[in-house]
Design a protein around this ligand. Structure first.
Ligand code: SF4
Length: 689
């Protein structure tokens, strides 16, 4: 692997000494470095374990140690000789401090395992885990061989009516509706032999569809008394820490979501890896609480009307539910798998990714891109991939390149591992372009839920439309689908065939934790540096109808009665009233296109129009509709609108309750109405009663 220590040292502003056998002959240099107290970055992930052990055994070792892979990510590629800027960038990013800790979610499992499936297979699985797990079986028929004669595990039977929960907290509900009570059954097999219809299997449950009611089984089971056809079905519930499901994935009730709850595993009867995983799930486990939620910013609902439902729709773990009565959504942290898709599609930033935070992700991108450029790199492509399948794909490609079977990761492509590829969105992608990336590519493998890809694509279409509208030609943001090193190799090589326009000056802003602030800063910079001359730019860039977090609304003035329901529904203060006049006012920059105004409007007067307005008007308060105020006929104070009062008078003039003085009072402000009522001689007052 060609490494230029001098060039790397210059890019990183420090003297670098190259150690090619740090894990063997040069181990002393590593030990000395970790005694220095300074942060130590080891540019090798292969021997991470060995370095960890060495660190523990070294007396006085106090330095934080970080690891980074510069080999499969570029050093083994065909154009490795040109990879110094990328390697410098990866080393610089590896030096960044770890993200600050966030609150955690804890799971406790004592190892109570439920296995659901045909009894022969369930027992087979149980035999492989029962030395560490406390197993209960739920029979789904005897299978080919039936259950073993020896009663080694408790067996439950009947009809499953519910299965909910997560690691350490699963709840099984079932209806015990079979005539054979498995607690009383001694497995003597007398009933199996006596049944003329062979309706009783070796799981000791009667197939009621086959049973012809001879009751021969009841006679032979008199001593044990386990069979009773008159017994009522009873609803049963039991809790488990873990579930191993041998049924088909479509069997119900079960978990149908793409991201299954932790602690629930399916087994095909062959993959021993699943059982090994299960054996490890005993004890206390922690994971970061990946999201942060600010109800104040949430555009989900107002007054029981649902507006934005993007997070609920996209979550592949079914961890998000609507709580419209409280104008919010609810996230179950135990089911959340931290994919971050909800934060990507959230238009307001009410849901944000907490670990790592947007700020940490932004700092990393900025460090990578600025170091890359300072080291002389050109046309940087940020390749965002998952740290599981995406990471192994990049590593497989690197190994293939070393063996001359592939080109490898190009020198201008900087791989960045994320917990999940759905965790970044339009704000971070546009920031990366503003920081100087020519492209941001998100690698999709087989692991993502289909709705994530749709969500990412919709956001990418928005980002791409903005860039194109500003004159940044080329394809800057794209989804790259590959699940094999050969496909990844071809796709990465193809990236080099397009040319992208980038900002002439790179941005200096720091990514904020608030999504809208970051988006606005990125938009400001990209607009300021736009290749298209101001005179040629359109007033507004039209954005895709789906997924745009930017835009305006159109109000049909003939329909709008200025009731201002939309103002109280707007969660982003984009719609505002005017306390002095009957006016509906709007600040386009604040609008998140949630649609709550349109669904709330009783007159159906509002239409959303996704766009990015490029004129200063975008940040200014403008009047969308206004009307002549009605002047109180008694005191002259303005209240309501002429149109609304006249409409009301028209509707109520024929009503017997609103005749004469009562009709006249409708033309008065609320204060005058009360005064007039109390001063009228011919009216009965409450105080008179
Ligand atoms: S747009 Fe609809 S909700 Fe808003 S003020 Fe007009 S009528 Fe009322």
């Amino acid at each position: 692997m060609p490494l230029n220590a001098k060039a790397l040292g210059e890019a990183l502003h420090e003297d670098l000494t190259l150690h090619s056998t740090l894990c063997r002959r040069d181990a002393g240099a590593f030990q000395k470095a970790i005694q220095s107290g300074q942060d130590v970055v080891v540019a090798c992930t292969q021997e991470q374990r060995l370095f960890g052990d060495l660190g523990q055994q070294t007396e006085g070792a106090v330095s934080p140690i970080r690891f980074v892979n510069i080999r499969e990510t570029g050093g083994w590629s065909r154009d490795a000789a040109k990879a110094s800027p990328k390697i410098a960038a990866l080393l610089a990013a590896a030096r960044l401090p770890d993200p600050p800790p966030v609150p955690t979610v804890t799971y406790k499992s004592t190892g109570r395992l439920l296995i659901i499936g045909p009894l022969d297979q369930a027992e087979q699985a149980a035999a492989l885990v029962s030395d560490v797990l406390d197993v209960t079986l739920f029979t789904q028929g005897p299978g080919n061989a039936g259950g073993a004669q020896a009663r080694r595990y408790p067996v439950l039977g009947g009809r499953i009516t519910g299965l909910t929960g997560w690691l350490g907290a699963f709840e099984l509900q079932w209806s015990a509706d079979n005539p054979i009570d498995l607690d009383l059954c001694t497995r003597c097999n007398a009933c199996v032999a006596a049944c003329p219809e062979n309706a009783i299997g070796l799981d000791y449950q009667i197939d009621m569809a086959a049973c012809q009611s001879h009751r021969a089984c009841v006679k032979v089971c008199q001593v044990a008394g386990a069979i009773d056809f008159t017994r009522d079905a009873t609803a049963q519930t039991e809790r488990f820490d873990l579930v191993l499901d041998l049924r088909a994935p479509t069997a119900t009730p079960t978990f149908l979501q793409h991201a299954l709850p932790q602690g629930y595993l399916r087994w095909d009867g062959r993959d021993l890896g699943t059982l090994l995983k299960l054996r490890e799930l005993v004890g206390e486990f922690e994971k970061p609480k990946f999201f942060a939620y600010k109800q104040k910013l949430c555009a989900h609902s107002r007054n029981e009307t649902v507006g934005c439902n993007a997070c609920v729709d996209i979550c592949s773990a079914e961890a998000i539910a609507s709580d419209k009565s409280r104008q919010q959504i609810k996230v179950n942290p135990n089911l959340c798998v931290g994919c971050g898709a909800c934060t990507t599609v959230c238009p307001t930033g009410a849901l944000t990714y907490a670990y790592p935070s947007a700020t940490d992700q932004g700092t990393k991108l900025k460090t990578l891109l600025s170091t890359y450029a300072a080291a002389g790199g050109k046309d940087a492509v940020v390749l965002l991939h998952s740290q599981e399948r995406g990471q192994s794909l990049v590593e497989e490609l690197g190994r293939a390149a070393q063996l001359k079977l592939a080109q490898g990761v190009p020198a201008n492509v900087i791989p960045v591992a994320l917990w999940h590829t759905a965790s970044t969105g339009v704000d971070l992608w546009l920031s990366a372009i503003a920081y100087g990336a020519s492209q941001v590519v998100v690698l999709s493998t087989d692991e993502e839920a289909p709705q994530y890809l749709d969500g990412l694509q919709a956001q990418m279409d928005v980002a791409q439309a903005i860039l194109r509208g500003l004159g940044y030609t080329g394809t800057h943001v794209q989804l790259l689908r590959a699940n094999h090193p050969t496909a990844l190799d071809a796709a990465l090589q193809a990236l080099g065939q397009t040319r992208q326009k980038t900002p002439a000056v790179v941005a200096r802003f720091a990514v904020a934790q608030e999504k809208r602030s970051t988006l606005e800063m990125a938009l400001d910079h990209l607009t300021e540096q736009a290749p298209m001359p101001v005179a040629e730019r359109p007033a507004a860039i039209a954005l895709p109808a789906v997924g745009s977090p930017l835009g305006t609304i159109e109000v049909n003035k003939d329909r709008c009665t200025l009731c201002l329901s939309c103002v109280s529904a707007c969660p982003a203060s984009a719609l505002q009233d005017n306390p002095q006049l009957p006016q509906l006012r709007f600040i386009e920059k604040n609008c998140v296109q949630c649609g709550l105004c349109a669904t709330t409007c009783p007159e159906d007067a509002i239409t959303l129009q996704p766009r990015l307005l490029l004129t200063p008007e975008r940040a200014q308060l403008r009047v969308l509709n206004e009307a002549k105020p009605w002047a109180c006929v008694r005191c002259g104070k303005p209240f309501g609108t002429v149109k609304a009062i006249e409409a009301m008078l028209g509707k109520l003039s024929g009503h017997p309750m609103f005749q004469g003085e009562a009709l006249e009072r409708l033309k008065m402000c609320s204060d005058c109405r009360v005064i007039d009522l109390y001063s009228a001689q011919n009216e009965t007052k409450v105080t008179d009663l």
